[in-house]
Design a protein around this ligand. Structure first.
Ligand code: FE2
Ligand code: FE2
Length: 258
């Protein structure tokens, strides 16, 4: 079983990256399931129904989110009706949508959990305790558990990898939009990477127009952020999974350029 996990899709360039890269990767790598982080898919901020539909039509099977999940107003009504999109599970009880979902793939059940970090991020409940709770709830219903930990600090993400080693199939980080080169299989069989990176405009500051961000840093004055639309980069990992044990056997980084 092979699963692709795509880093934060940012704006038009990111959607073009998915549209152009995904079909050939599906064929070449024999992918069974495709997960993408969609928190920046709509002009850098959140996601809309139309954009989610577009990404599904390109071959994405489900979308995880992050701190930008609420940026588009329509998401409040849409999220509870769309099982293919999840938002971080450690948001307060009663928040719209689900923090995990279970998908039938071939003859297996794949659970995907979305979590948000707490270091240099908006305040949320403890992701470590929340994931323990969820694993208890899910483990007898799922053959494979994949976790997208949407967090800023590398230390918090590395810690989550160790916290879940041997208990889930993969822990991948999202949110920083910069791919890390530390992909590995942890000792108990969990695939890990600190950040998947970004599928979005390559000539930008993590997705935003370069001149805007330079002005912000040089003057300290507030700026209106505008998503860049340049040549793209496509960032992801492909994880190979032993179907009998549910453990990861290989994790490989993908960094494609337009
Ligand atoms: Fe992001
Ligand atoms: Fe984020």
């Amino acid at each position: 079983m092979r699963v692709l996990m795509i880093g934060d899709i940012v704006g038009k360039a990111g959607r073009r990256a998915v549209k152009e890269c995904l079909p050939s990767l599906k064929g070449d790598l024999g992918l069974d399931f495709v997960i993408a982080n969609g928190e920046n898919a709509a002009g850098g901020k959140g996601i809309t129904k139309a954009i989610a539909k577009e990404l599904f039509s390109f071959g994405v099977d489900m979308l995880t989110m992050g701190n930008h999940v609420w940026n588009q107003k329509e998401i409040f009504a849409y999220l509870p009706k769309e099982p293919r999109i999840i938002r971080p599970a450690n948001y307060p009880p009663g928040t719209p949508g689900n923090g995990y979902n279970i998908y039938g793939v071939n003859d297996l059940k794949i659970a995907v959990i979305n979590l948000a970090g707490r270091v240099y991020m908006p305040e949320v409940d403890c992701p470590f305790r929340k994931v323990d709770e969820l694993i208890k709830e899910i483990e007898h219903r799922a053959d494979i558990i994949l976790v997208d930990f949407h967090a800023e600090a590398t230390s918090e993400k590395v810690a989550m990898g160790w916290h879940l080693d041997g208990r889930v199939t993969a822990v991948v980080g999202t949110h920083t939009h910069v791919q890390t080169a530390d992909e590995r299989i942890l000792p108990e069989g969990t695939a890990y990477i600190t950040d998947l990176g970004m599928s979005g405009p390559r000539n930008s500051v993590i997705g935003v127009k370069t001149d805007v961000i330079l002005r912000k840093f040089k003057t300290g004055l507030p700026q209106k952020f505008e998503v860049a639309n340049t040549d793209y980069q496509f960032n992801a990992v492909v994880i190979s999974i032993d179907e009998t044990t549910g453990k990861a056997v290989e994790i490989q980084r993908i960094f494609n350029l337009e």
